[in-house]
Design a protein around this ligand. Sequence first.
Ligand code: MF3
Ligand code: CO
Length: 251
Amino acid sequence: MISRKSKREIEKMQAAADVLVKCHKEIAKMMKPGITTMEIDAFTEKFLEEHGAIPEQKGYNGYPYAICASINDEICHGFPRHEKLKDGDIVTIDMVVNLDGGLADSAWTYAVGNVDEKGLRLMEVTKTCLYKGIEQARAGNRIGDIGHAIQQYAEGEGFSVVRDFTGHGIGPTLHEDPHIPHFGLPNKGLRLKEGMVITIEPMINEDSWHSQMDSNNWTARTIDQGRSAQYEHTIVITKDKPIILTDQDKE
Ligand code: MF3
Ligand code: CO
């Protein structure tokens, strides 16, 4: 079942997203060599608590932390660690905020210190993939249009699109229908409707797209040690441009 959200529900999700955006902006300032992702996890828990919000990921299907922190060849669902981040690492911080029952989900890849040129390009291309997907996300278009735009661009830049994890409908629970693959064919798949709230969250790899699961049964990483980046927004479908609830650039 694919739900369309009421104005009231969208307002609540926007309020959750506002807290999430503030938290990501604080994390951006902390992202320096020497900090640990465990410290960022603790910061996030405290920050959300101070804002009356709950880290939705913690306890979700048994996931143990407030954030996912995926370093270099980790694609997603990396566990926070006590090891210090090193100059040149790239780190994706993913979190879901629950404020008064409204949910928002957003991941962002951060550069730690000086990242090499290819790593920076991977990040830039992945962010552009997110916005190319968002451009296609409007009522009347189909889910395949989103994935196609992302795949075309990523592969054209010499990178690959992770197949094993997708965007998703969101609210009132974290993962709802439909799945939003980041690859696909134009004019295929379900038609998007006004009021649907979905995430677009491309994971783009510098080498092959294949992933393998760590022994913790959560963390996916590349099979060839190639790095992976990810940017994710929660968006509301409208007739025109979507509303980006987790936008970091608005006022
Ligand atoms: N935020 C992730 C997503 O985009 C969810 C991670 S799964 C969790 O779907 F268990 F860690 F919450
Ligand atoms: Co998500």
